[in-house]
Design a binder for this molecule. Structure first.
Ligand code: GLA
Length: 383
């Protein structure tokens, strides 16, 4: 199907990756540390800059397209579906004073939507990058771009996410994880010394939408726990509390569990970053498992499918550790598996999971890749 005029010769190509979080879940909006990595799966865009005053948004994977007027007001509209993400980015860039060039954009993605691999951060950062490209080239301030995209998601789309996803999509680096302190945005690249093992992604096949999930409720509960602790102790964020503070000052059992997760997960993340840098795969794997069970029992964001796939993974001798990744509720988990054993692992985990849930899981054996960039030649776009 032909969606746009012009010739293939005037097209520019861009790419933004998805991400996995190796450990440090639900710590970002609590001022703690995270350890995510960009992945080789991601979202591509073919762009023709027209010089006009509108941006046409269309996708090979999703229905609907949208024409955005660069001189008009841009509003969130439920009926505009996925195009609200790029619309929000354009609105924020216009508000920041950038004189954007009109263009036609065709997106295509191999990141499953709603699977916890940050398809929304990918489309936000990709759109910001391609809209700013004619003005700034690759010299765009990537940390600023990530913060702007987080603001779009918080205020335009209405999900109270932290900075982790947008930061990783913008700043990812091949074969490395990013240890990010989300309160200061200080970060360190940690070489992912996986040795003879691989990080595989296990997709439960079950989807969720963050707007509908209890994500915002968890965030509110953490804020409540923090204000109760602050009656006794002056701390900048929940992750700065100790486990003793949580036990002593948070009487409500639900809030106490939420806070216990945030505080312990932050400690695990810092320990895990050191183990990964040293190549201590067994140590890293056992912290992944502790993380999953804290997300299940204290934070209560795993759900039956994520628990089933993690249990299936952990029942395999080839598996060094496994946990859900991303917001949870459904979507993907990750497992650290001896590389030579990945084919057998794939077969046994998908088989066992199907028996337990009746659902087909997918296992993606992808690598840790770079952040958003221009120029992806090998594209699945029709000529
Ligand atoms: C989602 C959010 C992130 C982070 C994770 C949980 O992916 O977008 O900011 O809060 O959930 O760690």
């Amino acid at each position: 199907m032909r969606r746009y005029g012009g010739t293939a010769g005037d097209l520019c190509f861009f790419f933004a990756p998805g991400r996995v979080n190796l450990i440090g879940e639900h710590t970002d909006y609590n001022g703690g540390n995270v350890l995510p990595a960009a992945i080789s799966m991601g979202m591509r865009a073919a762009v023709r800059y027209t010089g006009g005053r509108s941006v046409r948004l269309s996708s090979l994977d999703q229905p609907g397209s949208h024409d955005l007027d660069l001189d008009g007001e841009v509003f969130f509209d439920e009926r505009d579906g996925w195009t609200n993400y790029p619309k929000g980015v354009a609105a924020y860039l216009l508000h920041a004073g950038y004189r954007l060039r009109g263009c036609e954009v065709l997106y295509s993605s191999d990141i499953p939507v709603g699977a916890g691999l940050s398809s929304s951060a990918a489309i936000e950062v990709l759109t910001a990058y391609l809209l700013l490209f004619p003005l700034l080239g690759d010299s765009v301030d990537r940390v600023w771009m990530a913060r702007m995209c987080q603001a779009v998601e918080n205020r335009f789309v209405g999900v109270g996410c932290g900075i982790m996803d947008q930061f990783t999509v913008a700043m990812g680096k091949r074969d490395t994880a990013i240890l990010l302190d989300c309160s200061s945005l200080k970060y360190k690249y940690i070489p992912a010394k996986l040795g003879d093992s691989r990080m595989v992604i296990m997709d439960t096949g079950k989807r969720r939408r963050l707007e509908e999930s209890e994500f915002n409720e968890r965030r509110r509960q953490c804020e409540q726990a923090l204000s109760v602790i602050r009656l006794h102790k002056d701390i900048p964020n929940l992750c700065s509390a100790t486990l003793e503070d949580v036990e002593a000052y948070v009487p409500d059992p639900t809030l106490q569990k939420r806070a216990r997760h945030a505080v312990s997960e932050n400690q695990r993340t810092m320990a895990a970053a050191e183990l990964l840098a040293r190549g201590d795969l067994e140590g890293f794997g056992s912290l992944m498992v502790e993380s999953h069970y804290s997300l299940k029992n204290n934070y209560e964001v795993t759900g039956p499918e994520l628990d089933a796939i993690v249990e299936e993974a952990l029942s395999q001798r080839a598996c060094l550790g496994a946990r859900m990744t991303g917001a949870g509720f459904a979507g993907c988990a990750i497992a650290l598996v001896w590389a030579a054993e990945v084919p057998g692992f794939r077969e046994k985990v998908t088989g066992g999971y199907k028996l337990r849930t009746g659902v087909d899981a997918s296992i993606y054996d992808c690598s840790l890749g770079d952040g958003a960039r221009a120029g992806i030649p090998e594209l699945p776009f029709p000529r």
